[in-house]
Design a protein around this ligand. Structure first.
Ligand code: EPZ
Length: 421
């Protein structure tokens, strides 16, 4: 397995372009299943999870054509509404084919994703919603087996805010008979991006971005072209990299609009942040202080502080002035980066879903192990500032969600290299 070796101590300076959002591209790729006409997507990030999703769609009979960051999908030949375990176990977002398959084919056989490092990650809300829309859904031998003549519009209420649950049910509702209302819907920008793509395909959706989404079902959807929104978590991760190394960077192809809570916290930590926005162009610049001030965070659904930025903020707090309290309210086991940060000299106390981080003068390089995508990002940030050399093992986690990571970091002056195992 590949490793990343980082020589700490270089303030990041310069400019990089932010890629398309993984968590917008994944559901939008699945929306191609809803039509027999071609769907063309631009600004698609070059990530392992995207390739996994494209292979999953191809084995269903979808034709995939890729050229640079443009992907065209043609599901006219869709003939196998199945997502097999060996593909789903490597990427839980594969569950996003469930809603579109039931809506388009009247059946679906999707392996249960199973848990992952950060939690049990059940999909009961996805199933409950489809059942409310008239589908017969059974969980048998590790598969979700669903069948229906045609889904019926219904009033759905999810027990908790679920991003992919909202996305699955919104896609399913596009072809249902009648109106569907999703209450307690996720408000994440990626849900809005999916709704914009579906609307371009002829879906009738209102309320995306609020907690009540209304979908008027239509007979069929048509092809479209859609540009994937910028990745707000990649943006936040690079802002944190500049903050922790005392640097100054400019990120292009992205905007502050989706990151208010993260930008606010970075400003509280002492960073100067400014945005540029024009119809053709958007960018963010961050200038770090000499010493960061500790900032406490509490994760919650959008627009509150995103759980996918929690590990990165734990890391910047390890070398900030003061003590920070970090509360993780979304996932039950999302502090695994803490023990790895302690190996680098961080002073962190964990009490259930709360972490107390007391800033230390300096982290010291060591060998650490990545456990999940965003925890790995937190370890990279630590390596950038730790004294000496840090080796991060199992970086296949990083390759799932950060496009050309070592190239972009090197472009900003980091001393980082990939060691192929
Ligand atoms: C999405 O995961 C993201 N993934 C995650 O990003 C992100 O951390 C998460 O939303 C929260 O923002 C994609 O969009 C592909 P949830 P998702 O359903 O949809 C519980 C990354 O790093 N729940 O919003 O799987 C669940 O266990 C990834 O890019 C149920 O109990 O998350 C969790 O505690 C990691 N039953 C909470 O709800 C359900 O049916 C929120 O989960 C669904 C969810």
């Amino acid at each position: 397995m590949d490793k990343l070796v980082i020589q700490g101590g270089q303030p990041l300076k310069g400019e990089v372009r932010i890629s398309g959002a993984k968590n917008a591209a994944l559901p939008i790729l699945c929306s191609a299943l809803l039509t027999s006409e071609p769907l063309t997507l631009t600004n698609v990030p070059d990530l392992n999870d995207i390739q996994t999703m494209l292979r999953l769609l191809e084995q269903m009979g979808v034709k995939v054509a890729q050229s640079g960051d443009t992907v065209t999908l043609d599901a006219s030949g869709l003939n196998n509404p199945t997502a097999p375990y060996e593909m789903v176990k490597t990427m839980r977002a594969a569950v996003l084919v469930l809603g579109p398959l039931v809506a388009r084919c009247g059946e679906a056989h999707v392996s249960l994703p199973g848990g992952c490092a950060i939690g049990a990650r059940p999909v009961d809300q996805h199933i409950k919603g489809l059942q409310s829309m008239g589908a017969e859904v059974k969980v048998e031998h590790g598969y979700v087996n669903a069948k229906v003549g045609r889904l019926k519009g219904a009033r759905l209420f999810t027990d908790m805010v679920t991003v992919t649950g909202t996305e699955n049910l919104m896609m399913a509702a596009c072809l249902a008979d009648g109106e569907t209302v999703i209450e307690n819907a996720a408000r994440e920008p990626e849900v809005v991006d999916l709704a914009q793509c579906l609307s371009a395909m002829g879906a009738r959706i209102s309320g995306a971005g609020t907690d009540v989404i209304r979908i008027q079902g239509v007979e069929r959807l048509h092809g479209a072209t859609h540009r994937i929104m910028p990745d707000r978590i990649e943006t936040g991760t690079y802002l944190c990299a500049a903050a922790i190394t005392g640097g100054e960077i400019r990120l292009t192809g992205t905007s502050m609009g989706y990151l208010d809570s993260v930008v606010d916290k970075l400003m509280d930590a002492g960073c100067e942040i400014s945005g540029e926005k024009s119809p053709q162009f958007e960018a963010i610049t961050l200038r770090a202080p000499k010493k960061l001030t500790a900032v406490s965070i509490r994760t919650a659904p959008y627009p509150a502080f995103p759980t996918d930025m929690q590990a990165q903020f734990m890391t910047i707090n390890t070398v900030a002035e003061g003590t920070a309290v970090i509360r993780e309210t979304i996932f039950e086991n999302r502090f695994m980066h803490a023990v790895e940060l302690q190996r680098l000299g961080a002073d962190i106390q964990i009490d259930g879903n709360t972490a107390f981080v007391r800033g230390v003068a300096q982290l010291e390089g060591a060998t650490v192990m990545a456990t999940d995508l965003r925890a790995s990002a937190g370890l990279v940030l630590a390596g950038l500032v730790a004294e000496g050399e840090t080796t991060i093992e199992r970086i296949y986690h990083l390759d799932r969600g950060y496009e050309h990571l070592e190239q972009k970091l090197s472009q900003l002056g980091a001393i980082v290299r990939r060691v192929r195992a």
